[in-house]
Design a protein around this ligand. Structure first.
Ligand SMILES: C[C@H](O)[C@H](C)C(=O)SCCNC(=O)CCNC(=O)[C@H](O)C(C)(C)COP(=O)([O-])OP(=O)([O-])OC[C@H]1O[C@@H](n2cnc3c(N)ncnc32)[C@H](O)[C@@H]1OP(=O)([O-])[O-]
Length: 725
């Protein structure tokens, strides 16, 4: 017997079991209609005299992805979650959760309200609300702490990690793990406990086990959380909610949980993090200015791939490819470099495999000094030294060796992908796959297409990126693509601020308090000042003669700061030389210490160039560095290099350390207010007319003139703007 139309289907199975199936594809999120369906069907099952036990499961092998995030920010209707789950827990018949696929957030909280949880071995469980700027607010902080103890609950709730079914069993979250159909196992199990009292299975009635070092534990966790949160408020509230579970009776603890959730739910941070959630999914639905789109562009199959050049990036890319299970040919012409690379790659694979409890995939890779070895692969990623002539030569060799239709991808971070393609017999098969160091760790991948790249080539690179576990963003070819192009004005403003009186410490502190893991100068020291210097030399920006006076600080008619060049001329490349913007105990150390030499160098530099230092506050640092970066973001949207603000924001959150609780540069601009951004840019441009990057972009002006529409409507304005160009 079944009941159609509700988003929770009710069926009586095995004669006496009421089976409630959530029906809201693709993840059975707990929308208002699903919640109503659950309330109705639980009532039905409990009042059905024939029914002895109840099983709750999700349609399509997916239990429940939690509350419906799309409902946040709307007037939420339908029955609230907490009493719905309390009613299940209070039931006088056994209620068993049959967990397949995901049980996340409100989905796991629903399962914690059940008397038993049976999970399929491939299931994933967790309370990831903190990643959405929230906390588990349907009893998760109170029930999980009582079920698995405070330390384990703190770890899951403050990190939002997903655990496997095996880990959930070990933690005590689930009662059984099965390789068979979890629903069938749950139905049989539920009958085996039918008629028994469920009093001992109501988690909210459990005492919360108190760790012996209670205060020390919470102090330690709070300190760690505050440090890693970098200004995000949700992780702190999560600790406070679990503390309530450990110190208050269930009902009081629930009140505290709701209280804390109320402070988060409407916060700008929660909106920013939920925007990131959907933006991360939106970038997968790419489109090119030609009109080609993800739905209509079929990727080519890739069974075998190759990496050319096994330096730092090539090694990371080889590891990331092998971890997908693909067979990989790794080519390095220098024997010594090849041997070292083989060792490094094997080490990275073994460490990764140990961490994830899987096989290291060493046999997936074959090494060669000969480019002929890639004749049969479907896709090649070139990662040789960043030099156009060398890359062109390698690509020409590849065009001669590879079988027809092989995709040629370059890992260049700034060179002209289309120029490279133009030298090839099949330019349509050339795209950029711009990885970020370390390539087997960093999630971001910029897939760079030129006007000659075929949609099929883009689709293939995007699909491979997803397979490698990357967040892939399709962007147009231009200098620095999206990420590095926006970094130029950001870096430039940081240099100018030093000229005008700031110190690296002050600039970095402002950016780190904003939420970046590292300020611009500590980051430069980490990546190496010589990298930027090489690029500036290639762009003929580094004048050999650093005579004092105005001309030393003008290039191509615009203001220029030679500060970075001067440091490099003295061999101060950052961590690798033990000196840069900061000093380090020895080359390679990571702890940055203020350097008196650098401070006197700045004083002397300003005097030599007639610059009078002035006091600069954090607000000015943020406005100049971030608004200049954002302004370049608008230019990128004008040029159609990025299809929408989400593309830019995902790139900055996953590749450049932009704090997720600030949403990304473009989302942040919409929160600050576009009119404010424009006004500040105009203010600074007036003060610095010789800095083109401060010239407000016409799209920004256009958006402000259209009353600053909300960010989800920018694509319309951009489309209209581009059609009028
Ligand atoms: C009270 C309570 O305490 C609180 C307050 C909460 O419960 S807050 C909510 C907490 N829950 C979460 O944080 C889990 C979020 N979801 C995920 O982590 C993943 O989705 C997934 C479950 C691991 C599946 O991954 P996937 O890779 O297979 O597919 P997908 O591409 O990601 O998702 C497929 C499609 O489903 C959409 N979607 C996924 N989860 C959703 C959700 N919870 N609400 C609404 N839509 C959701 C997603 O936008 C995409 O849509 P579209 O792009 O196709 O239009």
């Amino acid at each position: 017997m079944c009941d159609k139309g509700s988003m929770a289907q009710y069926t009586r199975v095995s004669g006496f079991v009421g089976l409630i199936t959530l029906q809201n594809p693709p993840v059975n999120a707990l929308s208002a209609a699903v919640r109503q369906g659950i309330v109705d069907m639980v009532e039905r099952a409990l009042s059905d005299p024939i029914v002895k036990s109840v099983v709750i499961c999700g349609q399509n092998g997916n239990f429940c992805g939690g509350a419906d995030i799309k409902e946040f920010g709307t007037n939420m209707s339908g029955p609230p979650l907490v009493p719905m789950i309390d009613a299940i827990e209070a039931a006088n018949k056994p209620v068993v959760a049959a967990i397949e696929g995901s049980a996340l957030g409100g989905g796991l909280e629903l399962a914690l309200g059940c008397h038993y949880r049976i999970a399929h071995s491939k299931a994933r469980l967790g309370l990831p609300e903190v990643t959405l700027g929230l906390l588990p607010a349907a009893g998760g902080t109170q029930r999980l702490s009582r079920l698995i103890g405070v330390p384990a609950a703190l770890n899951l709730i403050t990190t939002g990690i997903h655990v496997t079914a095996a880990q959930a069993l070990q933690l005590g979250i689930v009662d059984q793990v099965t390789d068979h159909n979890a629903v069938e196992v749950a139905v049989t199990f539920s009958l085996s406990v039918a008629g028994q009292s469920m009093d001992a299975r109501r988690i909210s009635t459990y005492p919360c086990p108190l760790p012996s070092d209670f205060d020390a534990l919470f102090e330690g966790v709070m300190q760690k959380v505050r440090q890693s949160a970098r200004g995000a408020i949700a992780p702190v509230a999560c600790v406070q909610a679990v503390r309530a579970a450990a110190t208050l009776p269930y009902t009081k603890g629930m009140e505290r949980e709701q209280e804390l959730m109320a402070t988060l739910f409407t916060s700008g941070q929660a909106r920013a993090q939920q925007y990131c959630f959907f933006a991360q999914r939106a970038v997968g639905r790419w489109r090119m200015p030609s009109g080609a789109r993800w739905e209509t562009s079929k990727p080519m199959p890739v069974h075998k791939a190759a990496v050319i050049g096994l330096g730092t990036m090539g090694r990371g890319i080889t590891v990331a490819l092998a971890q997908t299970g693909l067979s990989v040919v790794a080519v390095e012409t220098q024997e010594k470099q090849l041997m070292e690379a083989k060792q490094a790659v094997s080490g990275m694979l073994e460490r990764g495999a140990k961490r994830h409890g899987v096989a290291p995939m060493l046999d997936r890779i074959s090494y060669s000094q000969n480019i002929q070895a890639v004749a049969e692969v479907d896709l090649v990623i070139e990662a040789v030294f960043e030099d156009m002539a060398l890359k062109t030569e390698v690509f020409q060799q590849l065009s001669a060796v590879c079988k027809p239709g092989t995709l040629l991808c370059t890992n260049t971070s700034a060179l002209d992908v289309d120029k490279l393609a133009s030298e090839m017999p099949n330019p349509e098969l050339v795209v950029g796959m711009h990885f970020f160091a370390p390539a087997h760790v960093m999630k971001l991948l910029e897939v760079v297409y030129g006007p000659r790249s075929s949609p099929q080539a883009v689709a293939t690179a995007m699909q491979l990126g997803k397979k490698m576990g990357k967040v892939s963003v399709a962007v147009g070819n231009c200098r620095g693509f999206v990420g590095n192009r926006m970094l130029m004005p950001y870096l430039q403003q940081a240099f100018f601020l030093l000229e005008e009186g700031a110190t690296p410490e002050l600039v970095d502190r402002a950016l780190e308090e904003f939420g970046f893991p590292m300020g611009v100068f500590r980051m430069s020291d980490l990546s190496g000042l010589d990298i930027g210097w090489r690029v500036r030399k290639r762009d003929e920006l580094v004048e050999p003669d650093m005579a004092s006076g105005q001309s030393a600080r003008i290039r191509q008619g615009s203001r220029y700061s030679p500060l970075g060049d001067l440091l490099c001329e003295q061999g101060r490349f950052g961590q690798k030389t033990g000196q840069g913007w900061y000093r380090y105990d020895k080359p390679g150390s990571r702890v940055a210490r203020s350097d008196p030499w650098l401070h006197s160098f700045l004083v002397e530099y300003r005097a030599r160039h007639g610059l009078v230092p002035r006091s600069i506050d954090h607000q000015e640092v943020l406005e100049r560095c971030l608004y200049a970066l954002i302004n370049e973001g608008f230019r990128i949207l004008e040029d159609g290099i990025a299809a929408g603000p989400e593309d830019i924001d995902v790139i900055y959150v996953f590749g450049y350390g932009w704090p997720r609780h600030r949403g990304g540069p473009m989302f942040y601009a919409s929160m600050v207010g576009l009119a404010k951004i424009l006004e500040r840019l105009e203010h600074y441009q007036q003060a610095h007319p010789d800095v083109p990057y401060l010239q407000p972009s016409s799209l920004l002006r256009r958006l402000v003139a259209s009353d600053s529409p909300p960010i989800h409507r920018w694509r319309e304005v951009i489309k209209k703007y581009q059609s009028q160009l």
